[in-house]
Write a protein that binds this ligand. Structure first.
Ligand SMILES: Nc1nc2c(ncn2[C@@H]2O[C@H](COP(=O)(O)OP(=O)(O)OP(=O)(O)O)[C@@H](O)[C@H]2O)c(=O)[nH]1
Ligand SMILES: [Mg+2]
Length: 196
């Protein structure tokens, strides 16, 4: 039988706050730099190649995309930040909309910040952590872990865990390509979506 995530289906997309789905139940949102691998992580988690649009070039996800798991649970793919080519007006729009969404959404039970393990935490990732001001559990998903050899991967995870040690933020490595860290990540999502 497919697990909860494999049953995911596209629900709707929002450009404005008024277009968000009703704020009931539980959802997990994926934020992070453009091109970090947010959409690809959701596709791997749900075992569906084309549920979220992905791209080699940054700036692919341009809307807040909702995916339904069941009547009470959702995954949310967010537009990335830090892509220089986004027009200033659009960047300001997303700053306002995403801040409100992240700070006011009652059904949001955990924020996943997707980080390219080779790049590590950037100022914008730290800025997002600061914005959240410990209001919500945050998990750092260090993706593209297949790009580093075992030793380098372990060293990087330890270094980032150390950087985050004062923040009470969990960290795990992940690869959408190889499936590394997938089970651990599913456990994490189960916890925040209250899956038995
Ligand atoms: N090797 C490897 N490549 C990955 C992995 N995850 C994502 N990628 C690649 O990274 C690129 C960006 O992936 P996306 O999932 O579109 O990134 P995104 O964070 O959703 O980007 P935006 O929608 O622009 O914010 C694509 O070329 C993916 O194939 C991974 O685990 N391993
Ligand atoms: Mg995307």
């Amino acid at each position: 039988m497919p697990n909860l995530y494999q049953k995911a289906s596209y629900l709707t997309s929002a450009f404005e706050l008024s277009q968000l789905v009703e704020d009931v139940g539980l959802e997990i949102a994926f934020a992070g730099r453009s091109n970090a691998g947010k959409s690809t992580a959701i596709n791997r988690l749900t075992n569906q190649k084309n549920l979220c649009k992905t791209s080699k070039t940054p700036g692919r996800t341009q809307l807040i995309n909702f995916f339904e798991l069941d009547d009470e649970r959702r995954l949310v793919d967010l537009p990335g930040y830090g892509f220089a080519k986004v027009p200033k007006k659009l960047r300001q729009h997303w700053n306002t909309v995403l801040s409100s969404y992240l700070l006011e959404r009652k059904s949001l039970s955990c924020l996943i910040i997707v980080v390219d393990i080779r790049r590590g935490m950037t100022d914008m990732d730290w800025g997002l952590i600061e914005l959240m001001d410990k209001q919500l559990p945050i998990h750092i998903l260090l993706t593209k872990a297949d790009k580093l050899k075992n030793d380098a991967r372990k060293r990087t995870i330890m270094k980032i865990e150390k950087e985050l040690s004062d923040e009470d933020i969990s960290v795990s490595a992940f690869s959408a390509l190889s499936g590394l860290g997938l089970d651990e990540f599913i456990d994490h999502c189960n916890k925040f979506l209250e899956v038995e």
